[in-house]
Design a protein around this ligand. Sequence first.
Ligand SMILES: [Zn+2]
Length: 140
Amino acid sequence: MTQVLITIAALCSKHNITEEQFSNATKVIANGRKAFYIVESLSAPGQEYRVEWNDEYHCLQCLPHNGEACKASANGLQCWHKRAALAVEEHEQAKVRARRKLEQAEIEATPQYQAEQLQQAMYELEALHEELLASQRATA
Ligand SMILES: [Zn+2]
């Protein structure tokens, strides 16, 4: 049960896409390679584009995946496929953060963790006490 801290509606409005466009984008992590996004066309179902980061030009590119390039990209225009990829990436990162938070909360809820914290606090208290005694001896 992972709580994602940003809603899909908020992500869509931030990236200026519809929820339908959001759900047409999928992050793909190929073995040992950088991630890319497959975005299915809404006007031509079945037609997929591949959005990936171009290291040379430092920009996102919308490339043909299983057919032709999208019309906007072919004409040098920005397309929603890239915005959808960005929204999906942000959503993935939010999920990772939420998962980490949950794991941390689960660890902190265990008796072992609490016992360790208590023991640590006792060591610190003991060390403080030693210091206090030492300074009292020094001034005596
Ligand atoms: Zn495109």
